[in-house]
Design a binder for this molecule. Structure first.
Ligand SMILES: Cc1cc2nc3c(=O)[nH]c(=O)nc-3n(C[C@H](O)[C@H](O)[C@H](O)COP(=O)(O)OP(=O)(O)OC[C@H]3O[C@@H](n4cnc5c(N)ncnc54)[C@H](O)[C@@H]3O)c2cc1C
Length: 444
């Protein structure tokens, strides 16, 4: 039976990387959870076996539920009914399958019901889910917004929101507005403190919000009256259970049809401040966007892989001039370039994820105890590497995904242009990867 994990030995190869031992040791903090949680690993080997089990389960769901649903999701898309977004029916099936399999709260500590998996494994899961359906990967991988809440929220907020994500509630990050796209310093959605109710209130409009009718939103808003730049912005948590936000419009898009892109109207919506005021853009959204960039890098690798597989299978099957087209140098040369981009892009993605894992694990440890001078040095070194590599992994992989989707159509000839073949969908889906979460005008 098809499985998006076991079908790609390259993924498992990356689990053997020498840095994995350090990552697992830091993430598991000397396997301290083993006495508290049945599912916690007892040593390094056990942790790696655990990762493989989760990847195997996700690989099965990706190949046998999400991928078979992808065409119907592309055709149906989400619906807007009375100010609420309703997913395509097969998207609901995908969400339910990932919930049943426990694939939510991937990175969160076990005390909140999470799996405590490192970023590199999250990226592998993301890659497989995106291969099956890049639009659905958006909905699933936005769960990583919880990392930002975990890092900057207080204990009460952690205890309130993290278990909900671990149980499969969804997230969104509400940054963009009609006049604030690349230039988020222009954000004008207004946050005012309601003295009577002792809470913040949000008023305004957000545009292009992926999964915008999610359960828990992280929102960038202007809390400092009279300011016009990034220093007047703070980050808020909006809980859909409180109401106050309606979906005004769902965009009709070129691709990723299953991923709802929403225009939201905030009307006096109750919200909680996350972290300190004024640090919204400068600190928290930067962290949020770096997480999202890694997610898009994984989304891109997943789509590159699907484009390559589609092209390879077609070239093996299709005959012209009495021979399979894969035997023609022009075709196999194109396929080898696709594979080289896939392998190189994937290596860059996982290496970046490993850098992120080391510095984040050390940062997390520093919340509980003082780091040694060596650990502090290590954290600094890996933070620098992660900062430099994250935009590269996103930028290069999003361009490679577009190039591989283009080449997959070329390998298919005229059939590549026909709607019955998957290549056209991959080509449409890939186009957004280099646009959202982009460093301005990144081009390869
Ligand atoms: C499908 C989809 C999903 C999205 N999901 C989300 C989401 O979940 N949350 C969210 O907050 N936003 C989301 N966005 C918004 C997305 O991040 C923005 O569209 C993107 O940041 C670009 O902003 P813009 O569209 O306003 O373009 P603009 O900022 O108007 O840019 C137009 C052009 O000018 C270039 N440009 C702008 N500034 C510079 C500069 N300083 N130097 C050089 N070139 C520059 C840009 O690169 C681009 O080529 C989504 C958008 C889409 C289409």
């Amino acid at each position: 039976m098809a499985n998006y994990y076991t079908d790609q030995p390259e993924i498992q190869f990356h689990l053997n990387h020498p840095l994995m031992k350090r990552i697992v040791d830091l993430k598991e903090r000397n396997y301290a959870d083993k006495d508290k949680f049945d599912e916690a690993p007892v040593n390094y080997q056990d942790a790696i076996e655990n990762y493989k089990r989760v990847l195997d389960i996700a690989g099965d769901i990706a190949a046998n539920i999400i991928e078979p649903n992808s065409e119907a999701v592309d055709q149906e898309g989400p619906h807007l009914i009375d100010g609420r977004m309703h997913y395509a029916s097969k998207t609901l099936e995908n969400i339910e399958a990932t919930r049943q399999a426990g694939l939510w709260g991937i990175s969160m500590p076990r005390q909140y019901g999470g799996l405590n998996l490192p970023n590199v494994v999250f990226s592998m899961l993301s890659e497989m889910i995106s291969s099956a359906d890049a639009g659905f990967q958006n909905i699933w991988s936005l769960q990583s917004c919880i990392d930002t809440l975990y890092e900057f929220g207080n204990d009460e907020q952690r205890a309130k929101y993290i278990p909900r994500i671990c149980q499969g509630e969804t997230m969104s990050m509400d940054l963009t507005e009609p006049d604030a796209g690349s230039d988020l310093q222009r954000v004008m959605l207004k946050a005012t403190f309601d003295e009577k109710e002792n809470c913040w209130r949000l008023n305004g409009v957000k545009r292009f919000i992926t999964n915008g009718d999610s359960d828990i939103h992280l929102v960038l808003a202007r809390s400092e009256e009279g300011t016009r730049d990034g220093r007047g912005l703070s980050m808020f948590i909006y809980d859909k259970r409180n109401g106050g936000v309606d979906v005004r419009h769902i965009e009709n898009k070129l691709g990723i049809h299953g991923s709802p892109t929403c225009e939201l109207v905030y009307k006096n919506a109750k919200a909680e401040l996350c972290g300190s005021t004024r640090m919204g853009l400068i600190k928290y959204v930067m962290a949020l966007m770096n997480g999202a960039r890694l997610g898009i890098a994984a989304q891109s690798v997943g789509l590159s892989r699907e484009a390559y597989t589609e092209a390879l299978n077609y070239a093996r099957d299709r005959a012209q001039f009495g021979k399979k087209i894969i035997t023609f140098p022009a075709v196999y040369d194109m396929l080898s370039r696709m594979k080289a981009k896939l392998d190189a892009g994937r290596t860059l993605l996982y290496q970046t994820a490993r850098y992120v894992d080391i510095y984040k694990a050390l940062e997390d440890i520093s919340r509980d105890r003082k780091l040694t001078p060596e650990e502090r040095q290590e954290m600094k070194q890996y933070t620098r590497l992660a900062d430099a590599f994250t935009p590269l992994a996103k930028g290069i992989n999003s361009e490679y995904a577009n190039q591989n989707a283009y080449d997959a159509i070329s390998v298919h000839g005229g059939s590549g242009f026909i709607m019955e073949y998957k290549s056209q969908r991959l080509y449409r889906d890939a186009r957004i990867f280099s646009i959202y979460e982009a460093p301005p005008s990144f081009r390869l």
